[in-house]
Design a protein around this ligand. Structure first.
Ligand SMILES: Nc1nc2c(ncn2[C@@H]2O[C@H](COP(=O)(O)OP(=O)(O)O)[C@@H](O)[C@H]2O)c(=O)[nH]1
Ligand SMILES: [Mg+2]
Length: 294
């Protein structure tokens, strides 16, 4: 099947065709797929946090809520240990099982190591594709370590940061820069000791709303859903512009990192033939650049 045929099949409800298209947007054929689709706005909710905090469990619960609202939901998991990719404990698989058999739920693990600059390029393309395939809401799971979740947070509105009760965890999350990307903070596993203290610790570190949740029991779930709605409703042009700016910067950064001249320029700088300023100018010429184009 060619791309327009796959699009038609996916629009008619073929999860397989949608999966093939998602594979294509992670491949060097991404541009061919993107050329076939118009830009459609879609809601993206980001869920990040440390491994084991309960991101996947929370997402499974949210999917249940959104399905009861009649929404078509897609889950993109950029967490290599997420249950969708097989590293799951049995309980998680069981929780997700209902959704796995639901034709209006698409669950997809995004390859974390990849071609064409990896995540920063693959995820926005996947989101655009899913929007064109009439998904109403996309849940994006990323592990809260490193740069990737910052890039990913730029795509989502809101970004939820999932943490757990625990002494010092709030300060650790703050130090790791995790609270900076948070629009909403969810202290999950509130069925355990210490959730209230962790909420107090978090209030000392951030102005973002902090909620408690037991994703396994469902306690606090509707408040989380309401907070997501409230945040989405209060989205502003300024916030949209800030997210767009982050997205542009991360795509541009990726392009520079995979620039075909980068290695040769680095070798020239290392060998002392040119200085790093000249190399940077050749990589990304400025209109008033000191170095004329060769
Ligand atoms: N006690 C308790 N355990 C939970 C809760 N939510 C998730 N878990 C467990 O925490 C573990 C990690 O959950 P998972 O959703 O895979 O975390 P992720 O790595 O952040 O995606 C699993 O064993 C879950 O069953 C909760 O609300 N309470
Ligand atoms: Mg997970």
């Amino acid at each position: 099947m060619n791309i327009p045929e796959l699009m038609a099949a996916a629009r008619a409800g073929s999860i397989r065709a949608a999966g093939r298209l998602l594979t294509l947007v992670e491949s060097p054929r991404r541009a061919e797929v993107l050329a076939e689709i118009a830009h459609t706005p879609v809601r993206v909710v980001g869920v990040t946090g440390p491994p084991g905090a309960g991101k996947s469990t929370t997402i499974a619960s949210l999917v249940g809520v959104y399905r009861r609202q009649g929404l078509r939901v897609a889950v993109l998991a950029v967490d290599p240990s997420s249950p969708y990719s097989g590293g799951a404990l049995l309980g998680d698989r069981i929780r997700m099982a209902a959704h796995i058999n639901d034709p209006d739920v698409l669950i997809r693990s995004v390859a974390t190591r990849g071609h064409l600059g990896g995540l920063a390029e693959a995820v926005p393309a996947a989101i655009r594709l899913l929007a064109a395939l009439s998904y109403d809401l996309i849940l994006l799971e990323t592990v809260g370590v490193g740069q990737s979740e910052i890039e990913i947070a730029a795509l989502a509105d809101p970004t939820l940061v999932i943490l757990n009760p625990g002494a010092g965890d709030a300060i650790q999350a703050a130090k790791a820069g995790l609270l900076e990307v948070a629009d909403l903070i969810v202290v999950n596993k509130a069925d355990r000791e210490g959730a209230d203290q962790t909420v107090r610790d978090l209030h000392a570190e951030t102005d973002a709303p902090v909620l408690t949740l037991s994703a396994v029991r469902g306690d606090g779930l509707s408040a989380v859903v309401q907070a997501i709605e409230a945040h989405h409703r209060t989205d502003t042009p300024t916030r949209r512009t800030a997210r767009a700016r982050s997205q542009i910067l991360s795509l541009a950064h990726t392009r520079l990192r995979i620039h075909p001249d980068l290695d040769a320029l680095a070798a020239s700088v290392a060998a002392g033939h040119i200085d790093p300023y000249t190399a940077a100018e050749r990589l990304l010429p400025t209109s008033n650049g000191a170095t004329p184009a060769p």
